[in-house]
Design a protein. Structure first.
Length: 570
């Protein structure tokens, strides 16, 4: 018996000695009852779910976010202003400040993209996944990390560079330079190009080699490397599966339109529809819980036409019976285009299909039978002079209206029949405020304009004009002369081709042109009642070309100094 106790004692001592020699392993936490990276990123499907979240994040930020983050990528620029609430986001000195919640939220959204990518990139080398699948997922994660750092660099300048999964609290971040931030994006994209498949070999919405090359061209421009920018853009433009859509195509050939308007019809955005111009489209499927979400862009960008009232022959009524599917559904005018977008950029552009009635609608037929003006045109027949031009009436940008609102949102009579206007338009409920379709992130027309920008960087106006004129030729617009092509002409051409598509704030901040262009084109407005409000152009300063670093980030970073951008006080 004594021998047995001695053996047990020796065994216990051995165990204790083994534990003391590997104390860290003994104390290591194992999340058995909660989800953590250790047990959530194991199988191929786990990693695919993590990659799927990367696809979801940019769409949520840009298209499906009802907060100020989405509006801030358009408001306060030469593109438009907030007309639903004229005191909101229209005074840049109150909007771009370090304590503004939108500034902090934008920073967090973008670093969430970076951190999600880092989680995948750190853990996927050890995953039991076939190398081919592993390489594609790595390429996608590198693309999205570059996408996040590109937006951060455009808006904030240099930011902390985080390239590994953060596994413990840190309060010692320091800012890299803007050039270093762009260089990180360049390196990520260069590797991603080598890992990703070609665009005609991937599913709709999936990241491809050509998408990465498109973004790489922009990053090279940001670094002043114009030769490599031209090479990257040319690789996209010359790829056999890519071309501008110059003829009508797709789902609405039986309806009036043109080659440009067809690009934005429901069912036409993805490459599977025959659209060879699409580089990257954010995917949406109605009633699919895995879909990114409805975009509500008509609600944001259309005038509040259903609230228009007219007094005609002593009778005061609304001009329209209500919101209709054919006019984009319910709208509240959170974003109104500047006069420069409505009129200025189209001077001498009468033949430009991008400003045709299929693409920018400037008049509506009054459809309320109770009005003596029933059947007349709101603008052409002079009734628009009674209407407040801020929020209630301005031209419709049809590329954000042309979505098929599902019948679930139709108003119906007691027998369940859809309610129609006298002109056959479907009245919709207040919930019918979305376009219910996929949305462009990148398309080939922008690649041409990026290459034109790189040519301008090399002072080659002839080559820049040639690229711009490829885009203008599709629109049947008169060609640009090389003598008139400069960076402002290019920015106007981007407005003509990409209005309400490009994230205008990103472009102008990247070029250092936000203050100059906003000061010139986003002026103060006077409503029909004579009320005056200050728009962004009257308050913007040169230092607003970069956003402030959020004060909340500076305050919590107690173990190092996170420098503020010039001009801003914490």
């Amino acid at each position: 018996m004594k021998a047995i106790y001695q053996k047990i004692g020796i065994a216990l001592i051995t165990m204790l000695f083994a534990v003391s020699c590997d104390e860290n392993k003994f104390l290591e936490e194992k999340p058995l009852a909660i989800y953590a990276a250790e047990n959530s990123l194991v199988t191929a499907s786990d990693f695919q779910a993590a990659v799927n979240m990367l696809y979801k994040r940019p769409g949520n930020l840009i298209f499906y976010n009802l907060g100020d983050e989405m509006f801030s990528l358009f408001h306060g620029t030469d593109l438009g202003f907030c007309s639903a609430d004229v005191n909101r986001m229209n005074t840049i000195s109150a909007f771009l400040i370090p304590t503004n919640g939108m500034v902090g939220s934008m920073w967090s959204h973008l670093f969430n993209i970076v951190n999600q990518a880092n989680l995948i990139l750190t853990r996927i080398p050890d995953a039991d996944i076939p190398d081919a699948d592993k390489n594609v997922m790595r390429g996608e994660a590198l693309f999205f990390r570059a996408f996040g750092y590109r937006m951060l660099a455009n808006l904030f300048g240099g930011v902390p560079l985080i390239t590994e999964e953060v596994t413990s609290p840190r309060r010692d971040f320091v800012r890299a330079t803007r050039e270093e931030t762009y260089t990180q994006a360049k390196n990520d994209l260069t590797e991603a190009v080598s890992l990703l498949g070609n665009i005609d070999a991937v599913k709709d919405g999936k990241i491809s080699k050509q998408m990465a090359q498109h973004l790489l061209a922009e990053i090279h421009i940001s670094l002043g490397d114009y030769d490599n920018a031209i090479s990257a853009a040319t690789a996209v433009i010359d790829y056999p599966a890519m071309s501008l859509m110059t003829e009508r195509f797709g789902t609405k050939l039986d309806q009036p339109g043109d080659a440009y308007s067809d690009l934005f019809r429901t069912g036409n955005v993805n490459r599977s529809s025959g659209n060879r111009e699409t580089l990257w489209a954010s995917q949406y499927d109605y009633l699919n819980p895995a879909s990114t979400g409805t975009d509500s862009w008509p609600w944001k960008f259309n005038p509040r036409y259903e609230a228009i009232t007219l007094t005609v022959d002593g009778v005061t009524t609304t001009a329209f019976k209500g919101n209709t599917a054919e006019k984009g559904g319910r709208s509240v005018a959170w974003m109104q285009p500047t006069l420069h977008v409505i009129y200025g950029i189209w001077e001498n552009g009468e033949n430009d299909m991008r400003v045709s009635e299929h693409n920018i609608l400037r008049d509506l037929k009054i459809d309320n039978e109770a009005s003596p003006a029933f059947g007349k045109w709101l603008a052409a027949d002079g009734y628009s002079t009674q209407v407040d031009p801020v929020r209630l009436w301005f031209p419709f940008v049809m590329k954000k209206v042309m979505g098929d609102i599902p019948e679930d949102f139709y108003q119906r009579d007691a027998n369940g029949n859809p309610l129609l206007t006298e002109f056959g338009e479907h009245l919709v409920t207040n919930a019918g405020s979305n376009s219910f379709r996929d949305q462009y992130m990148f398309r080939l027309a922008e690649t041409y304009l990026l290459r034109a920008e790189a040519h301008l960087g090399k002072n080659n106006r002839s080559a820049a004009a040639a690229d711009i004129n490829v885009v203008r030729a599709r629109a049947q617009a008169s060609p640009a002369d090389a003598s008139e092509v400069d960076i402002d002409y290019l920015l106007d051409e981007r407005l003509r081709e990409l209005y309400y598509e490009e994230l205008r704030m990103l472009t102008l901040c990247r070029m250092g042109k936000l203050a100059e262009r906003t000061r010139r084109y986003n002026v103060s407005y006077i409503t029909a009642s004579g009320a005056y409000f200050e728009s962004t152009g009257t308050s913007i300063q040169d230092y607003h070309n970069l956003w402030p670093i959020p004060y909340s980030e500076i305050e919590r970073n107690i173990d190092a100094v996170l420098e503020q951008n010039p001009g801003y006080a914490n």
